[in-house]
Design a protein around this ligand. Structure first.
Ligand SMILES: [Zn+2]
Length: 327
């Protein structure tokens, strides 16, 4: 378990700690913001600090509670997450929470329930959680995390204090990213692609993710030159549909922004500018919007646990891309 927040989380961390020091932390907080900002680490640092027996600005890292946490088990912490990434959190897990909060803390301090991501709860699970959120008992802290809070039940949201993760400060997160990638220029490039989300930037710069992006870029180039979309789709058969769509959405958003306003500053994939210019010459903005809608719809289906035929989805999407580029 990580005991300290990321360097770009200083301001939100200080606000949380100020409340904790005045014993004014809410009994339930929901940390929101898109993936790649470090919400998980912030939650862990807060959990550690609240369970620590001798906390300073962060957990001490040395006391019995900290040692238990670092060994991976603390009796007053319950962590709830889906069995597998992308799966749901079911009502059984919530029943465990309700039993947990009805006991007193083993170590005489806080009892903490960390649940992530909140949008993974089924409706039945959410409804079961409401009771504990309403009558939490003393010294109980719920920390819920959500990438997409609009997908959680309003009744859950309204019982939590919302903490929206701020956009990371450029200086501190760029310094971190430069250290991670060992190259300032690379850091600048991936930072821009990731929309300023440092952990996402690091993940995108990893070799496998980089290769996928390179493959997609070559595919896009081929389509712009009039390549066959079905043949091109076959090149992607080993890649995750969600990752392909993620890039596709980003590129279409770039294209649309560029096409509507001509604004090059907000373009996230700067290296694709020549392709964008060619595409804008060929296609119409409202058709780009349709492609974007299609990609969003497929991503929504995937997120809802759907299992579409990836090859068909990609083919159909690329055929539309290609038709636009030729029109
Ligand atoms: Zn400690």
């Amino acid at each position: 378990m990580d005991m300290t927040p990321w360097p770009w989380q200083t301001s939100i961390w200080q606000r949380l700690i100020a409340l904790a020091n005045e014993s004014r932390l809410p009994h339930a907080l929901m940390l929101t913001g898109p993936a790649g900002l470090g919400k998980e680490r912030l939650a862990q640092a807060l959990i550690a600090r609240q369970l620590c027996q001798a906390p300073g600005d962060t957990a001490c890292g040395a006391c019995h509670a900290c040692q238990m946490l670092m060994s991976g088990y603390h009796p007053d912490l319950m962590e709830i997450m889906p069995a597998e990434r992308g799966k749901q959190i079911r009502i059984d897990a919530i029943r465990d929470i309700n039993a947990f909060v009805s006991q007193t803390a083993q170590q005489g301090g806080y009892r903490i329930i960390h649940l992530a991501p909140a949008e993974a709860m089924t409706v039945a699970a959410s409804n079961a959680l409401l009771k504990s959120l309403e009558e939490p008992g003393r010294e109980t802290l719920f920390i819920l995390q959500s990438d997409i809070p609009s997908r959680t039940l309003p009744t859950i949201r309204s019982r939590c204090q919302q903490w929206s993760h701020p956009q990371p400060e450029r200086a501190s997160s760029m310094a971190w990213l430069t250290g991670e990638l060992e190259d300032r220029q690379q850091a600048e490039f991936w930072w821009q692609v990731a929309g300023g989300r440092p952990l996402l930037a690091r993940d995108l710069a990893a070799p496998e993710a980089r290769q996928l992006r390179q493959d997609l870029r070559e595919l896009f180039e081929s389509l712009v030159r009039g390549g066959d979309p079905v043949a091109e789709a076959a090149r992607l058969d080993k890649q995750a549909l969600s990752d392909i769509l993620w890039h596709g959405v980003l590129w279409l958003e770039d294209l649309i922004r560029l096409g509507v306003s001509g604004d090059t500053e907000s373009v996230r994939n700067r290296d694709l500018m020549p392709l964008y210019r060619q595409a804008i010459k060929n296609g119409r903005i409202r058709d780009w919007f349709r492609l974007l809608d299609y990609a969003h719809e497929q991503r929504r289906l995937l997120a809802a646990g759907g299992n579409p035929n990836a090859q068909l989805v990609i083919e159909s999407w690329l055929i539309r891309w290609s038709a636009l580029l030729r029109s």
